[in-house]
Design a protein around this ligand. Sequence first.
Ligand code: ADP
Ligand code: ZN
Length: 533
Amino acid sequence: VQAAPARFASAEEALHTVFGYDAFRGEQAEIIAQVADGGDAVVLMPTSGGKSLCYQIPSLLREGTGIVVSPLIALMHDQVDALQRNGVRAAYLNSSQQSFERAEVERAYLAGELDLLYIAPERLSSEPVKRFLQQGTVALFAIDEAHCVAQWGHDFRPDYLALSELSERWPDVPRIALTATATEATHREITTRLSLEDARHFVSSFDRPNIQYRIAPKSEVRKQLLEFVRSEGVDAEGTPVAGIVYALSRASTEKIAGFLAQNGVNALPYHAGLDAGVRRRTQERFLREDGVVVVATIAFGMGIDKPDVRFVAHVDLPKSVEGYYQETGRAGRDGLPATTWLAYGLQDVVQQRRMIDESPGDLAHRRRLASHLDAMLALCETVQCRRQNLLAYFGQPSEACGNCDTCLEPPVALDGTVPAQKFMSTIVRLERERRQRYGAGHLIDILRGKQTPRVGQYGHDTLATWGIGADVSEQQWRGIVRQLLAQGLLATHGEYGTLSVTDTGNEVLSGTRTVMLRAEPERAASRRGPKAA
Ligand code: ADP
Ligand code: ZN
């Protein structure tokens, strides 16, 4: 058994020789020095900030093999391929391999022939694997996507909990935990769960100033999306640019891609249900051709290193701010102006609340999901700067940015107490007088005095609130209800999303609380605003 020798004497030498770069970026040099000297580090750096070098270079400077824990097999393959092309002796161990392939990697590790070894977290939690690693020399442990260890985070993976043991087994081996998404709470959890109390913490700015954030109320989402793609989908010379459209379901990725394609956009669907060959070809085309727009579930984008994605659109509400930040972060990795756009509506809120109610797991789990959704809704409904809200969520105070929709076209806040009371009293009357609960659509029909079969059948045209909201359009009502839900004044129930008034909502009804609402345009058009780089 032998230890892989140190390959370079200095970090700069490794940077120039292996990676061909001139200089370190941001805090890379400090992080590398900390780990190469045997210290621990916690690194919070946005996507494409350059996290990989922070463990790859120390692995080349230290004796032994750098062990990289990474949950994404596809990403592992890409990184190892890229390293090998640069002359680094890298390999991986994961479930996609045949046993003879694994045996060869294991032999190379023990013979000291590997600079870097990538391992899936579930392997590293197995006792035989740990014993095997102990036979060789570990230069360092890098724990990528470290937010996965946080049970209160948005992407918890139980396999990560076993990583807490590394410090006991290898007390002298430095560890570096890295993530691109961490709230203050997640940051604390990473530190305690991975026993990194003595580590140095490197927290880079999460701001991506070249990205313009826009969030619009959903009305006719396909039309809105097409308008957005038409305004953002070509560069100054008129050449089509690359973009990603995220949708929640596989079926809707196909429908939307079809719709865009019919309208002259070079759009392709991508989701886990498609044949592996088709997915590979789509990825290839996205990387190599001009102007390919991929309409995908969130499976798409992890580990795809395409710097010039010019826009990211969401046609469904993301489940958390972390997810939104990660997905929008795939735009503009080259630092040039890029735009992100999200459309969301009442139905998104109802649907996601229902998914949370129905999700398996205990109450604490559902509370966590609900708090993630609430933070996302707060970002959507804010009348202040989007970026300020986003960065504050990651614990970073900032000024209004001038490059988001609320900065460029400040929304008007209105007193919505009266319409809120009208809506809520309709709910309460139906509950008290008739023991009935309804979803938003029927309640809006009643308020607008719309004669529908159901209104006739139940005699709802005799309610005291019948027709008292006819001055407000149906779409505006939906916007109001969405905001009341987002503010926690209404709650939804069951499969049909029937509505009730919460305790806080009752304060509005009784006149002890007022409601401020964002005024919404009749149909939100995507207007092109100035973009700062
Ligand atoms: P992250 O893991 O933080 O998302 P990566 O490590 O993949 O980011 O780095 C993003 C891109 O930036 C990669 O293409 C990488 O090669 C490049 N990069 C990283 N560090 C430097 C540097 N010091 N100089 C130039 N390019 C760099
Ligand atoms: Zn702003």
